[in-house]
Design a binder for this molecule. Structure first.
Ligand SMILES: Cc1cc2nc3c(=O)[nH]c(=O)nc-3n(C[C@H](O)[C@H](O)[C@H](O)COP(=O)(O)OP(=O)(O)OC[C@H]3O[C@@H](n4cnc5c(N)ncnc54)[C@H](O)[C@@H]3O)c2cc1C
Ligand SMILES: NC(=O)c1ccc[n+]([C@@H]2O[C@H](COP(=O)([O-])OP(=O)(O)OC[C@H]3O[C@@H](n4cnc5c(N)ncnc54)[C@H](O)[C@@H]3O)[C@@H](O)[C@H]2O)c1
Ligand SMILES: O=C1O[C@H]([C@@H](O)CO)C(O)=C1O
Length: 483
């Protein structure tokens, strides 16, 4: 328990006159008005709290938390005032590295901590453990919050610590969806990848035959990494093509063919009936619903992720997309409590709907926007342009590297140009001929730089001209000329 420091009390008030939480999209607007001036004061250590009276508490030490901490420091509001409570034993890091550089073979200089702490993924400073100490930020490691009381503004951690907050930022991200234990989802040799401990335990390094379950981001990035290990790799998923959240069938076909050229086998339209163990108790095969059996000494499961709302359900969970409901300033319906990153269900202003975005660009930007709101009472609504990307086969010696970027909304008719030679562009165009979304494989930086401009301004484009484009470069010129 905290030492009984001399009693100190600081207080501040919630920022704007009235808190309003609107439900966008189809839901009727619901404005929750609260008394205009709510004063919060964080009781002194006399209350016996374990976080040294830190006014600001971030729950979750992942990608968004690292970027939030940076903004607190930029405002000079971290030292002695910020506390991060994390489930993990290490400070925030760039999670995307876990299925990219982290999976390179030992002789190819795999990414390892402390090399990829936030904010290096966006060209920022590497915030090591020492960085948090030097900036006076208290970090509680390996001690997840298990209980929360909004009335007393207190949190309880799994080790029994009691923490008091003035403002609380929920940054708990997502948890990997799991196969049920009863069908072998927890067998030794079955792996999920969410945090660096998972990546460390991944026995891809000693595997011979791996089965990857799920044809999404994790599935594709792990399967590509397995090619660098020359492993016998099979991907199994229920849809009829990979990346169903984003890829068109024809785009998926191009990438599937590239994976097959690298030796990856696909079993599509298939669901796992169970995972079986061998005599050593480790996973030895995957049995599909049709009864067929695929041998494997390692199984990597990438079947989606669920927002980690616990123990903050009472703050308000969005029924459509899940996650903690926030407004365009990341304020929840409870004054002084915010949510950011994967776990936040926020108004996607451009498309007038509530969304959750499980990608690192939003984690970084939402963190910055939220802390700016908290510290400066700015009222500029978050106006996020969805940006997703992936990089595979990027290892040294790969026959071709793959790096695609997508901006916007994948809605409408698609026009696809190019055939991995080396580029591919796909344009999503709505019924008013407006460009809604754009995808580019292996662009040069100027071309990648054009994508957000196109997706943000949504120009009217000539579909016929795009379809007739002789190359990806021509197609981008046609789109650029529509700006
Ligand atoms: C393997 C992998 C690769 C990825 N690659 C990419 C990519 O290439 N590009 C891209 O755009 N996105 C990628 N993503 C998605 C991106 O990493 C996430 O969108 C981003 O990490 C979300 O940041 P966050 O802070 O909201 O959540 P997280 O980074 O998941 O952090 C949440 C943190 O909160 C902790 N936590 C949870 N509950 C509690 C609790 N009760 N108390 C305390 N701590 C708690 C978790 O342990 C974790 O440390 C990848 C994700 C994974 C898993
Ligand atoms: N480059 C990136 O942006 C990137 C990279 C890795 C991870 N991530 C994030 O990490 C999280 C997890 O990624 P993911 O790939 O697991 O999720 P995903 O949603 O991208 O893919 C899940 C895949 O598993 C399939 N699936 C669902 N249930 C299944 C089942 N029972 N059996 C077999 N297949 C099943 C889905 O149909 C889909 O193909 C997501 O939030 C994702 O955005 C992002
Ligand atoms: O954003 C990212 O961060 C890591 C790595 O670049 C950090 O060094 C990675 O692989 C990304 O895609």
């Amino acid at each position: 328990m905290a030492s009984a420091a001399a009693s100190q009390c600081y207080s501040y008030s919630s920022s704007p006159a009235a808190w309003a939480l609107r439900q966008g999209g189809g839901g009727a607007a619901r404005v929750v008005r609260l008394p205009s001036r709510r004063r919060f004061s964080v009781a002194a250590a006399g209350g016996g709290y374990d976080n040294e009276n830190r006014e600001y508490v971030i729950v979750g030490g992942g990608n968004a938390a690292g970027y939030a901490a940076r903004t607190f420091v930029e405002h000079g509001m971290a030292d002695g005032r910020l506390c991060i409570v994390s489930k993990e034993p290490v400070p925030p890091y760039e999670r995307p590295a876990l299925t990219k550089g982290y999976l390179f073979p030992p002789e190819k200089k795999p990414a390892r901590l402390p090399g990829f702490h936030t904010c290096v993924g966006s060209g920022g400073q590497r915030q090591t453990t020492e960085w948090y100490k030097e900036n006076g930020i208290e970090v509680l490691y390996e001690d997840p919050v298990v209980a929360f009381d909004g009335k007393t503004q207190t949190l309880k951690t799994s080790s029994g610590k009691m923490l008091k907050y003035g403002s609380l930022i929920i940054s708990t991200g997502c948890e990997a969806s799991r196969l049920p234990a009863k069908i072998g989802g927890n067998l030794p040799g079955v792996h999920y990848i969410r945090d660096v401990a998972d990546a460390d335990s991944l026995s891809i390094f000693i595997a011979k035959k791996i089965v990857v379950i799920g044809g999404g981001y994790i599935g594709m990035e792990v399967a590509a990494a397995a090619c660098d290990w020359n492993l016998d790799t099979t991907i199994i998923f229920p849809e009829d093509h990979i990346m169903p959240r984003l890829f068109t069938p024809s785009l998926a076909k191009k990438y599937e063919e590239l994976y097959q050229q690298n030796g990856v086998k696909f079993i599509k339209g298939a669901l796992i009936d169970k995972l079986e163990a061998g005599s050593d108790g480790r996973v030895s095969s995957a049995v599909l619903k049709d009864g067929s059996v695929v041998e494997a000494d390692t199984v990597i499961v990438g079947i989606g992720a669920k927002p980690a709302v616990s123990p903050f359900e009472a703050v308000g969970v969005n029924s459509q997309v899940g996650g903690i409901e926030v407004d365009s300033l990341f304020r929840t319906s409870v004054p002084g409590i915010f949510a950011i990153g994967d776990v936040a269900a926020f108004p996607l202003k451009m498309y007038n709907r509530i969304a959750r975005v499980e990608h690192v660009d939003h984690a970084r930007k939402s963190a910055h926007h939220c802390v700016e709101t908290l510290l400066t009472s700015q009222t500029k609504a978050y106006d996020y342009l969805p940006y997703f990307y992936s990089r595979v086969f990027e290892y040294e010696g790969s026959s071709r590297k793959v790096w695609w970027q997508f901006y916007g909304d994948n809605v409408g008719e698609t026009v696809e140009v190019g055939n991995f030679d080396p580029k591919i562009a796909t344009f999503w165009i709505d019924s008013d001929s407006r460009l809604k979304g754009v995808f580019l494989e292996s662009g040069i930086s100027e071309e990648f730089g054009l994508l957000p401009q196109l997706a943000k301004s949504q120009p009217i484009v000539d579909k016929a001209k795009l379809k007739a484009a002789a190359s990806v470069e021509d197609a981008l010129d046609i789109a650029r000329s529509a700006l």
